[in-house]
Design a protein around this ligand. Structure first.
Ligand code: TXA
Ligand code: MG
Length: 304
């Protein structure tokens, strides 16, 4: 946990248009004031992120979120069920000043979430404005889930870096659009089944690159090529095991939560051994496995 003066330094930096490395329960984010186009532009620059890929605004409460975006009954029910926590809602934007055009990539919708991490919450409560925070990796690379990995990825761009230790969830938030229909745009830490418990069956995501651009390219990729659904490693490959022990076992006991928490860190650790490739054991498709397999498919260069 950080000392109060570190939190104050982060708040001060955000208010003066600077970037902050911010831990959340999912992954580390590179944060800036959503209403400051110069600061938001610096995020795109630091990540090498295409400007058509919109950012998620993070806020302290549902009440604050309702001033920024339009919530209907379905959106409110989802927020009440899963906030604070790893669910992002894509909703019609209400306050176009507080969430700048650049943060929304010019869309009339905005992505918004209330994170659960105590450090993120302390900062958001003190700063009292929406804070965009994409995962702190450079574009296309695995998201950082440790302080060290976050600093290595984009630390140079940040005026303040808050050390929250390892991110407990390890996978990004689930992104759900609540517009005409309720659609799953990105599987994540909150499972499809959990969401359907609240709003019933989800519509399939539209194949619309502009609406969920993060989902269409090689993404989450280490330097070594990734081979998925691999029963065993080939010569020269590092092996991410599942349900058995090993130097890079995602979960020796076959626990999906543990595998999610370890996924990005182990991809990075395996990559550091400079293997010919990284082979990954088959991961069951149910529950959190949907999000894990989504990230692995993209890391391997398959468009899902
Ligand atoms: O867990 C998370 O969500 C992390 C932590 C730091 O909060 N953040 C994160 O942000 O993963 P980022 O920027 O890496 O991913 C945001 C995703 C992208 O796929 C983006 O395309 C989508 O959300 N997104 C943002 N605004 C959108 C919108 N208006 N419509 C559709 N998709 C949107
Ligand atoms: Mg990302």
């Amino acid at each position: 946990m950080k000392r109060p003066d570190d939190i104050a330094a982060a708040v001060e930096a955000l208010k003066s248009g600077k970037l902050v490395l911010l831990p959340t329960e999912t992954v580390y984010g590179l944060a800036a004031d959503a209403g400051d186009p110069v600061a938001v532009a610096a995020i795109f620059e630091a990540k090498g992120r295409p400007r058509f890929n919109p950012l998620i605004s993070h806020v302290a409460s549902l009440a604050q979120a309702e001033r920024l975006a339009v919530f209907d009954d379905r959106a409110r029910a989802l927020a009440e069920a899963f906030w604070p926590g790893p669910l992002t809602l894509v909703l019609p934007v209400k306050d176009r000043e507080a969430i700048s055009d650049l943060a929304r990539a010019g869309l009339e919708t905005t992505a918004i979430r209330v994170p659960a991490h105590p450090l993120a919450r302390a900062v958001l409560e003190a700063v009292d404005r929406p804070i965009v925070a994409p995962s702190a990796n450079r574009s296309g690379r695995p998201s950082p889930t440790s302080f060290q990995d976050a600093v290595e990825e984009t630390g140079d761009a940040a005026a303040v870096a808050l050390d929250g230790g390892d991110c407990p969830v390890g996978l990004e938030s689930t992104v759900v659009a609540v517009l005409d229909a309720v659609r799953l745009l990105r599987p994540g830490a909150v499972t499809r089944a959990q969401i359907e418990t609240v709003v019933g069956p989800l519509a399939e995501a539209q194949d619309d690159a502009k609406r969920s651009p993060g989902r269409l390219s090689l993404h989450y990729a280490p330097d070594a090529p990734v081979r998925i659904n691999a029963a065993a490693p080939r010569h020269g490959e590092a092996y991410l095991a599942f349900g058995e022990p090993g130097p890079f076992s995602l979960s020796p006991t076959g626990d999906l939560r543990e595998a999610a928490a370890n996924l990005f860190r182990m991809l990075r650790e395996a990559d550091r051994t400079k293997p010919a490739g990284i082979a990954v054991a088959p991961i069951p498709a149910e529950g959190l496995g949907e999000a894990i397999n989504d990230r692995l498919k993209r890391a391997a260069g398959f468009v899902g």
